[in-house]
Design a protein around this ligand. Structure first.
Ligand SMILES: NC(=O)c1ccc[n+]([C@@H]2O[C@H](COP(=O)([O-])OP(=O)(O)OC[C@H]3O[C@@H](n4cnc5c(N)ncnc54)[C@H](OP(=O)(O)O)[C@@H]3O)[C@@H](O)[C@H]2O)c1
Length: 392
């Protein structure tokens, strides 16, 4: 039937990251998930009910299209909210009412023309990305109406999906949102980075950048569970650095916007670091290489500081120091680690349930807010995972 959960081919400012947050009741199986609302309310949307068939039958959809490719940083005018007619279901397909969709940094790559590990989004067509929702009509023998399924046709309120391309989410383990965050590719990225790419050993000093974000907020807690003696995170601004220590298990937090990153790192880890999970590149990577101890390991997960650059960004000038330190710098693409999903979900669901893995969401409301949510996340408007809520 469906694929492994999360097996996904992977300037509006919505909210003040230093402003008040709204804490919602905790979902089943996730004792410590905090949610920040950062949006204006969605416009009323009254889907048209066509009558009984193979379940609920709708005939219009609202979806976000990419209409022009961004030159450098994307702008709201690169996107359009389009109402389309829903096609009839073919044999083996299901109609999903999406309840949540994910916005992720890698989507920027797909907005551009150049071929990457995934093809560019087509202009004038709905974009794609991780989503979860309820099956409201089914012509599948395997996926019944009422099932909650994760799939890859986000950026739209309803998705017509082949049953082979959905995965039924077990809501007894964690609520829907968690399957796009801690139990999805976000959590798996932290797990693969710290167990496969730059494995943490007992007593290590670990440094994580973009530490208050989706992957980073899990990576710090996971490093500790894997035996790290000291975990240091960097993030932008005082609210986030406070949260790193108060909520996400970091021993020390660096505000990379305030002063010398290298100086702050030296102060936080006077004896150096053993592992660095790089989400940022640039100055962060230079400082981490300088701080690395003999035999140190760096997981090159992301380089968000250069994602908007129009010209290639030069690599770190101190790269050869890795040789003298007998150190490793290894890139990773999460798609190569999907086989670890069952192992990771087994562990992470238990930690969510017992409260020892704390996660946060930053939530934008309504399909019309999805482009702004993406842009906001890229500028640091999120704590934890940025999601768009599409329906109840
Ligand atoms: N290799 C893979 O397979 C893979 C898989 C998943 C994610 N990733 C990468 O991992 C990184 C984190 O992804 P995520 O989904 O967890 O996103 P995220 O951390 O939730 O959101 C992105 C964060 O990047 C930070 N940021 C933006 N511009 C920055 C800059 N110039 N310098 C420093 N920090 C900056 C912002 O936090 P601040 O407020 O702290 O600046 C923002 O919240 C990204 O680079 C992403 O591309 C890679």
């Amino acid at each position: 039937m469906g694929q492994q959960i999360g097996e996904q081919r992977p300037d509006l400012h919505l909210g003040d990251p230093d402003g008040p947050s709204v804490v919602t009741p905790h979902g089943k199986g996730a004792k410590d998930t905090e949610t920040h609302q950062v949006t204006v309310p969605a416009a009323n949307h009254q889907p048209i009910v066509r009558g009984p068939g193979h379940g609920e039958a709708m005939n219009t959809n609202r979806e976000i299209h990419l209409v022009t490719r961004p030159a450098g940083e994307p702008r709201p005018e690169n996107f359009d909210l389009v109402t389309t007619a829903l096609p009839d279901l073919a044999e083996g397909q299901v109609l999903v009412r999406n309840s949540w969709m994910s916005v992720d940094p890698y989507m920027l790559d797909r907005m551009r023309e150049a071929e990457s590990y995934l093809p560019p989004f087509q202009l004038g067509a709905p974009m794609e990305g991780s989503a979860i929702g309820q099956v409201v009509a089914s012509r599948s023998a395997d996926i019944p109406v009422g099932a909650t399924v994760a799939h890859f046709l986000g950026w739209r309120e309803y998705a017509v999906v082949d049953d082979a391309a959905v995965t039924v989410a077990d809501l007894s383990l964690a609520p829907e949102q968690a399957w796009l965050g801690a139990l999805g590719t976000t959590g798996l990225t932290a797990y693969a980075a710290l167990t496969q790419v730059a494995p943490v050993r007992e007593g290590d000093v670990v440094f994580v950048s973009a530490a208050a974000g989706a992957v980073g907020s899990i990576a710090g807690q996971l490093a500790r569970k894997l035996g790290a003696a000291r975990v240091i995170g960097s993030a932008g601004g005082p609210r986030k650095t406070r949260k790193l220590v108060a909520d996400f298990g970091y021993d020390a937090a660096i505000d990379y916007r305030a002063g010398s990153l290298a100086g702050h790192l030296a102060a936080a880890a006077p004896g150096g670091i053993d592992v660095y999970v790089d989400h940022v590149g640039g100055d962060h990577l230079v400082a981490a290489i300088d701080a690395l101890r003999h035999g140190g390991r760096i997981a090159m997960v992301g380089a968000i500081s250069s994602y908007y650059a129009n010209e290639p960004v030069p690599g770190p000038g101190n790269l050869f120091a890795l040789a003298a330190k007998d150190a490793t710098l290894r890139g990773m693409l999460i798609n190569s680690y999907f086989h670890l999903f069952p192992e990771w979900i087994g562990k992470a669901a238990g930690w969510l349930a017992d409260g020892s893995l704390r996660t946060e969401l930053t939530v934008a409301e309504g399909i019309e807010q999805a482009p702004a949510a993406f842009l906001d996340m890229m500028h640091g408007g999120n704590v934890g995972k940025m999601l768009v809520k599409l329906s109840d």
